[in-house]
Structures are given as C-alpha cells and as structure tokens.
Design a protein around this ligand. Sequence first.
Ligand code: SAH
Ligand code: SF4
Ligand code: F3S
Length: 437
Amino acid sequence: MTKPDPKTFAVKSYGCQMNVYDGERMAELLAAEGLRAAGEGEAADLVVLNTCHIREKATEKVYSEIGRLKRPDGSRPMVAVAGCVAQAEGAEIARRARVDVVVGPQAYHNLPALVAKAAKDGLALDTGMPAASKFGALPARRRVAPSAFLTVQEGCDKFCTYCVVPYTRGAEVSRPWAAIVDEAKALADAGAREITLLGQNVNAWRDDKRGLHDLIEAIALIPVIARIRYTTSHPNDMTDGLIAAHRDVAKLMPYLHLPVQAGSDRVLKAMNRSHSAASYLKILDKVRAARPDIALSGDFIVGFPGETGAEFEETLKLVDEVRYAQAFSFKYSPRPGTPAADMADQVAPELMDARLQRLQARLNAHQAEFNAATVGRRTEVLVERQGRKPGQMLGKSPWLQSVHFETDARIGDIVEVGIAAAGPNSLSGVERVSVAA
Ligand code: SAH
Ligand code: SF4
Ligand code: F3S
C-alpha cells in the first residue's frame, strides 16, 4: 500500500551521547531531503526513535513509546526505529509493534531511501554494518549549539561480559584524522565553541601512529573552539600522552569520565574489565598529578552476578577513595546474548535496590561536596541556553557543572562568573567580566 511521503519529521534520541550525535545527523539528513522538523507540540508525519539497548528498561521504553504515537483519531505517523534496539532486534521489532523502518547505527545514511521504500511497499529494514563508513554520505553540518558533539570512534572490542555495545555497535573503528579535523572546523563555522569528542571507547581512537591526544592538540588550534572534552574512556586506553594533554592543552577541560564499574577485583575479572581496582586508582593518581583540579566521573554497576555483600563494600571503598565529582550508577540488567546473562548466582532485585541506594547516597554526597568546594571561586562559564527566570542564563563550568546566573550575555558567550552558592546538581553565580564574545 502506498502512503503519502512524509513532509515533517521528529527525531527522539535515547541512551548515550553518541545517540544524540546520530540523532542530529539523521535530522540533518532528513532536512537535506526537504523534510521539515516538526515544531514543539506539532504532530510529525515521520517519527524516528533513536533507541538504546543497554538495559532492559531502555529497550522496553521503545515499545511503550511506539504505542503512544497513535493519535486520538486512530491514525499514526510513519515510525522509524533507529539505534541500538534496531541493531539488536532487527525484524523482531516489526513483529512486536507497528513500525515502518528499522535502521541500525551503521546504516542510517540510508534513512531517506528506507523511508521512501517504506512509503511504497511497507516495512524497510537495514541493519547492515557496511565496510564503507556512513559519515562520507552525510550532509555538511550547518548550525549547531555552542556545545557540539563529534563522533570520532565507534564500536567496542572489549566485550565486558554484561554489555551489548560490542554487538549493537560492532567492532572498534576510528574515523580518519582528516575527516574529523574537517568536521571540527565545520562545527566551529556552524557556531560551536566547545567540542566533545565521542566514542564508545574514545581513548582507543587511532590513526596510524596518532592517538587521541594528537587529535585534541589539532582541534585546539581552531581559534573559535575554546573548550574540548572527550567521552567515554576505558581505563586500559588511558595513555601517558592523553594524561599529559590534561596538563599541556589549556583548552582541554578538567573533567574525566572513566568508568570503573566495581571495586572488587573478583567482580572486575568476571566482568572481563581487564583492569583491577588498584590499576584504575593508579591511573587516577597520574591524571590528578597532571591536572590537580580535575573533576572525575565514573559508571558503576551494582548486583553483577555473584557479587557478595563484601564485594559490594569494596565498591564503596573505592568510591570513598576517589571522591567523584559526578557519577552514573545502575542495577545490573541481564542482556540477552551476553555471557553474564547466563551466569549462576544472579543477585536478587531487593539486594540490588539496597546496594544501589547506598552507593547513590555516597556518590551524591561526594558530588555535593565537590560543588560546595567551588563556592567563592571565579570561573568561566559557556552560556548554553536561557534559564527559567527572565534574564537568567544557563551554562557549564569547566568541571561540567551547570551554572545559572543573570546576564546580558548571549548563547555561545564565555563569561566569567563568581560562584555564589551550590546545590546538589547545579551552582548559582554572579557575572563578573565578559572575557570573550
Ligand atoms: N563504553 C563505555 C560505556 C558503555 S555503556 C564504557 O565502557 O564505560 C554505559 C554504562 O552502562 C556502562 O559503563 C555501564 O556502567 C552501564 N551498563 C552497561 N551494560 C549494563 C548492564 N547490562 N546492566 C547495567 N548497566 C550496564
Ligand atoms: Fe560495553 Fe565494556 Fe565496551 Fe564499555 S568497554 S562499551 S562497558 S563492552
Ligand atoms: Fe545505548 Fe547504544 Fe549508546 S545501547 S548506551 S545507545 S551505544
């Protein structure tokens, strides 16, 4: 059955920052085909759900979201499922829900063609992992927010035993140097002041003999780019060169997200993390020596199969030692097809709940402590958007804290702010002098 071609679209991204980046690129791709982004509250003809498969809840969200897309008159938009659920479940999605397009993270440059095909003959599916990269087939970047994402590396070869990413995103691939530097320049021309380099294992990025720190140095040479960040890193790829960049490259922000997952070496081994608690802490010592004010962030999983109470205590011990500025913690979620899902001794949900609560209380306390320590300091804030109150703007400190303050500054300005007060999740400040326009 032929349906009318969609005229408007909406892209909704879930999961990690790489999905946010992919969502932006899909929106640019559809706009280049002449579709218009639906306004706030406007029903779009085509809805792209850019999905995450990392935990069971994330996956279930997709199906309930598809159900909610049905309009009061019973009609429904065209639905394209993209992202990691598309890759993991493929045609199975169409058996569980009414969808028109299923497209994986390595194939979304084909989205317009798939939409056209679906309008003509029903379901269109592409979960291929083509040898030629999708990036070459994407349109140029035109207008971006002051803080922009740039994917430099995709996929993962680490195969942590709980994780779906190596299956949904494929093997580790680094984009070539020149393509990344060109895209960074295009982002600068399109309004970016800050670039966050992204990868599932971003610090595994390589091009010939060059590593991530070389790329950071090259991007630091672009005059309008004032700030550089990167995420997510794996402890095993934290090279001395990258650590030194935190000392030597002024534009590299003092923030490092370095997931550890657990504090017990037995659990880390069962997770196939290939680092120990001690080797992880040693890396952090080196990073702190290079950049003493660095804000550290991490990811944690509680209730990995077989985790005992005593082993969980080792996670708390590590957390107390590091005192993270920010952190993300999750209950272990068994994922189909991963080795840990078949391990004996799955931990009872009530135990996981209790452990997560204790861990989060500790992490929140440390975060509040870190924020409180910035009160009274002057710092530069990159203005990213309007605040809730009139005249109020919101931005980020170098340590990735949200800061709100009253100002005449515009979005994209970097302003010197005195930090007046700290809450658990944000800071309030008073503008000092505008240091850059
Ligand atoms: N490549 C990154 C991030 C991967 S996904 C890394 O290795 O750190 C982000 C986080 O989700 C992981 O760090 C982990 O803490 C969490 N996660 C991944 N799989 C999970 C699972 N099956 N259950 C619970 N949390 C999980
Ligand atoms: Fe998943 Fe581990 Fe790869 Fe991170 S390093 S994406 S947790 S398999
Ligand atoms: Fe989720 Fe895929 Fe990112 S599973 S966390 S969207 S790589």
